[in-house]
Write a protein that binds this ligand. Structure first.
Ligand code: ATP
Length: 269
């Protein structure tokens, strides 16, 4: 269970269409991964066309790297294995060799498969010098050796897809093994509009809801920030409804209570 998820392609439930924006990234992944996995025969002759063994998605947090990885598996018809760098190195000290062997032999049985390594910098980050934990170093070396050991027949059908918010922390040896690096940027206003339309598609919006205005006002928001904003907004009507439905509290009476004055006394006479 050092693997956080293994999902067959039909069961991931996320497609490219569920991702707003990132058209350039989707196109690049189509060429680099989907086509070679779906049509391996196109890449099997000559020396020039070789499917790549490793891709790095890098960019700010919450921009959809994990989402892209999952959707990619759906689109490529590949199994999806997800591992998280920090979990691997913290929980599995000492078992590096066994674990990486198990992972890669499991993966070759599941091919075509995408092995998604989230926080790849924790697993395969720069060598930490004298302070680096011995187990982390062994895990990284084992991982890279197993990766290099993929037979070229398998390499067409096993892709390592790394994701990181800290690309500068990666070791040179790792960078070389991830020859394709794709920047997943924060969305601009046009793309924020597309993402907002996806999140609010099922909501009961007032007529004339101004998507444009919202997209303009959310400069600097990631896809994940936009999602949180929409969830908070969708909660407001529910909150108001709950307030209307609730019972009268002691405090409600307390808040309208006022001391009787002499006038009250005179009027009631
Ligand atoms: P981190 O680097 O923090 O792991 P990440 O880049 O992997 O972040 P995700 O986990 O893929 O980001 O995104 C978080 C959530 O934000 C997703 O579950 C998704 O709902 C939403 N999201 C982010 N970007 C998009 C997008 N372009 N279209 C639709 N949803 C998005």
């Amino acid at each position: 269970n050092f693997i956080s998820a293994v999902v067959p392609p039909g069961e991931i439930g996320i497609k490219f269409d569920d991702i707003g924006a990132l058209e350039g990234v989707k196109n690049a992944l189509n060429e680099l991964v989907i086509l070679p996995m779906r049509r391996p025969e196109l890449f099997s002759h000559g020396n020039l066309l070789r499917p790549c063994k490793g891709i790095l998605l890098f960019g700010p947090p919450g921009t959809g790297k994990t989402l892209l990885a999952k959707a990619l598996a759906t689109e490529a018809g590949a199994n999806f294995i997800s591992i998280t760098g920090s979990t691997l190195t913290s929980k599995w000290f000492g078992d590096a060799e066994k674990l990486t062997k198990a992972l890669f032999s499991f993966a070759s049985k599941l091919a075509p498969v995408i092995i998604f390594v989230d926080e790849v910098d924790s697993l395969l980050g720069a060598r930490g010098g004298a302070f680096e934990h011995e187990a982390t170093r062994r895990m990284r070396n084992e991982f890279m050796a197993a990766w290099d050991g993929l037979r070229s027949k398998d390499s067409q059908r096993i892709l390592i897809l790394g994701a990181t918010n800290r690309p500068f922390d990666l070791d040179d040896a790792v960078i070389r093994r991830l020859p394709r690096r794709i920047y997943v940027d924060l969305p601009d206003a046009e793309n924020r509009l597309k993402i907002l339309r996806i999140f609010l598609a099922q909501e009961n919006l007032e007529s004339g809801f101004e998507f444009d205005k919202l997209a303009q006002a959310t400069e600097g928001y990631s896809g994940s920030d936009l999602k949180n904003l929409c969830i908070a907004a969708a909660y407001r009507p529910v909150q108001e409804l709950l307030e209307e439905e609730r019972k009268v509290h002691q405090n409600d009476v307390g808040s309208v209570l006022r001391p009787l004055s002499l006038d009250d006394f005179i009027q009631s006479k």
